[in-house]
Design a protein around this ligand. Structure first.
Ligand code: PLP
Length: 388
């Protein structure tokens, strides 16, 4: 059945503190990375079934869940993994923190590519290790932004790291790295004895007809040095269920990782496991095709709106995710655009600087919402900009 993504439920009615209730009521929230759409029916049905039974007891990830994940990796990418290579974790953030605890040292820390997902920047403090940055190079063409890898920098910084935390597709830039780039990054890491942790949480949120290849699928040699993190949370909009998976093909690496998961007593939410099984079963793929079309239309709307109405603002053209990245450094905004738009436009965006200092003067906008709300948000931004 086609889904109407134009209708979004009121998330202020049933709420603790969420995207819609965190800020005062007059603020339009386009910040934290969840979407405003209900999850697909097969997931909701699976959860209803558990609720109807009434017992919300402890559940462990079953063999059948891991088989479902292995089958999905094969079906989507032709990536052949065994079910016992999969470990359930309470999410991707805990997944990469576990890896940093297991494999980094105070001498050899974590390598990241800013501007990048804010939680990447918190690992150093949580784990007590250094962070080394290999910032992406920003290119500007007209009002379009693109970013590329600074290879000399990447190679230089890899020598100081124990683990490379890759974000692919990239949040907040929406990049899907090419096979060639992935191979080159992996080769540099392997040469320098750097473990790769590939955060692929956004891998199924592809726009246009874009394709995705898991890093570890590229070659057995790369897989041997890689921990892949996936989750149904972004794709099917169930991040509040806190359930993700680490796929580790190398037995020694896996043993060490699983031991750290056990040492830290990381127990996955039972409802998350049921939801993940339904999400990865294939029953939600029709919903996902419609979602991608809707998000692609929203991305196009955003680009056209910015180009036509705010020509001094620069934007990326995200290939994946529901996240746009806007650059205000050539506008008349004095200071932080995040604060400017909060105050003058009553819209909550994500402050670019949480993604690293390279993000100063930028904001991330979440377009995982109805086109009506997206238009409203952009309209508020234009009006505030026109007043300066
Ligand atoms: C790249 C990336 N990794 C991880 C997460 C969060 O993962 P989790 O909620 O499973 O910890 C996000 C959420 O925005 C993200 O963008």
């Amino acid at each position: 059945m086609p889904i109407n993504f134009d209708h979004v439920p009121n998330r202020r009615k049933i709420a603790q503190i969420n995207k819609w209730t965190y800020y005062p009521k007059d603020i339009l929230p386009m910040w934290v990375a969840d979407m405003d759409f209900p999850a697909p029916k097969p997931i909701l049905n699976a959860l209803h079934k558990v609720l109807d039974q009434g017992v919300l007891g402890y559940e462990l990830a079953s063999k059948s869940l891991y088989e479902t994940i292995a089958a999905r990796m094969d079906r989507l990418y032709g990536w052949k993994i065994e079910p016992d290579m999969v470990t359930a974790v309470t999410g991707i953030v805990s997944g990469f923190n576990v890896a940093a605890r297991a494999f980094c040292t105070p001498e050899k820390g974590i390598l990241v590519q800013p501007p990048v997902y804010n939680e990447f920047h918190t690992v150093k403090d949580h784990v007590g290790i250094p962070q080394v940055n290999a910032p992406l190079i920003k290119n500007v063409r007209g009002n379009i932004l693109s970013y590329e890898i600074d290879w000399d920098m990447f190679e230089k910084q890899a020598k100081k790291a124990g683990m490379f935390l890759l974000c692919n597709p990239h949040n907040p830039l929406g990049i899907i790295f090419s096979r060639k780039e992935l191979t080159k990054m992996a080769e540099i890491c392997i040469r320098n004895n750097v473990l790769i942790v590939s955060d692929e949480i956004h891998s199924e949120l592809l726009l246009d007809d874009n394709k995705f290849t898991p890093l570890a699928k590229i070659s057995p040699e790369i897989a041997k040095h890689t921990i892949t993190l996936i989750a149904p949370s972004k794709t099917f909009n169930i991040p509040g269920l806190f359930c993700g998976f680490a796929i580790i093909t190398d037995q020694e690496l896996r043993k060490k990782y699983v031991k750290m998961v056990e040492d830290l007593r990381i127990h996955v939410n039972s409802l998350g496991l049921f939801a993940a099984q339904a999400a990865f079963s294939g029953q939600c793929d029709g919903w996902l095709r419609n979602l991608r079309r809707y998000l692609t239309a929203n991305r196009n709307f955003l680009l056209t709106y910015v180009t036509e109405n705010m020509p001094e603002v620069r934007t990326t053209v995200p290939a994946a995710t529901y996240l746009g990245w806007l650059d205000f450094t050539s506008t008349a905004i004095n200071g932080s655009p995040f604060e400017f738009f909060m105050k003058e436009a009553k819209i909550a965006l994500s402050d670019g600087k949480i993604f690293g200092q390279e993000g100063e003067g930028h904001v991330r906008i979440n377009f995982g919402t109805s086109q009506e709300l997206l238009e409203q948000g952009l309209g508020r931004m234009k009006k505030a900009l026109d007043k300066i």
